[in-house]
Design a protein around this ligand. Structure first.
Ligand code: UDP
Length: 243
């Protein structure tokens, strides 16, 4: 049974990283295809206006909080989220769990060359990791058919899709049944981090819940997007029901 808490109508699973990995295992070994979303506050705000995105998030098989803002907001909901389960960290834990097993990955997304660099680095970091295919995230209609065909042929256990939100969530939702991947996960810019092109915040920033601040000072071009953070906090406080 899923333990769910709603943050501005987006249903988040109250799981630790360890429980999230365990749930991926269950989904992977079950019937059919499944998908996982990793929204941060910006995506939660987008979903307030984008009905299609909201309904996709509400149908996902697991939704984990990519941003500390979401964990904070859950204190005003019925169940408190246990910890931040960032998309990037989830991928690393899955690589660690499945390296050396028969479980396979496909990397889809990022600028040309990025998924390939990411795959090379991850194979080195997690010996025995099976990345069976990859493709960059810039494609036209004809190319897209080929990508879908390629993924279907390879039928990976886990498909990581890094096209940015909400494009990746919509792409997974529209194509999931054609792909043959057991579990698809929207991972945003994770391939850029794996490839070493974008740095995660140092651990102390992450521990203090200040990764957003680090991103703001190191990638100032994101400031406009990040203006949505205070709007998110304001909206949560406006609609709060204190426990
Ligand atoms: N991207 C892509 N195809 C597109 C648009 C974006 O593959 O058509 C990739 C882009 O190269 C980057 C990622 O999607 O690797 C978006 O990264 P960002 O950090 O903006 O992710 P978000 O914060 O939206 O999750």
């Amino acid at each position: 049974m899923r333990k769910i808490t709603q943050v501005l109508n987006v249903p988040f699973d109250a799981v630790t990283m360890k429980e999230a990995v365990a749930r991926v295992k269950v989904l992977m070994n079950g019937e059919g295809q499944h998908f996982i979303c990793t929204p941060n506050p910006e995506i939660v705000m987008d979903a307030q206006k984008d009905k299609e995105l909201m309904s996709i998030l509400r149908e996902a098989d697991m939704v984990v909080p990519d941003g500390i803002g979401v964990v904070w907001a859950s204190k005003y909901s019925s169940i408190r989220l246990k910890e931040r389960v960032a998309g990037y960290d989830l991928t690393q834990n899955l690589f660690n769990e499945f390296a050396g097993t028969d479980k396979t990955f496909y990397f889809f997304g990022g600028a040309p060359g990025v998924a390939a660099d990411a795959a090379r680095k991850m194979r080195h970091k997690y010996p025995g990791l099976k990345i069976v295919g990859l493709h960059n995230g810039y494609f036209d209609g004809k190319e897209e058919k080929k990508i879908i065909h390629d993924i279907k042929n390879l039928s990976p256990s886990i498909l990581l899709v890094g096209l940015g939100a909400p494009k990746q969530e919509k792409w997974i939702y529209d194509n999931m049944r054609l792909l043959g991947a057991k579990v698809s996960i929207g991972v945003g810019g994770s391939f850029d981090v794996m490839a070493g092109n974008v740095k995660r915040a140092p651990r102390p920033f992450q521990k203090l819940g200040l990764e957003w601040f680090y991103r703001l000072i190191t990638q100032p071009t994101r400031w406009r997007r990040m203006m949505r953070l205070p709007i998110f906090a304001f909206t949560v406080l406006k609609t709060r029901k204190r426990r």
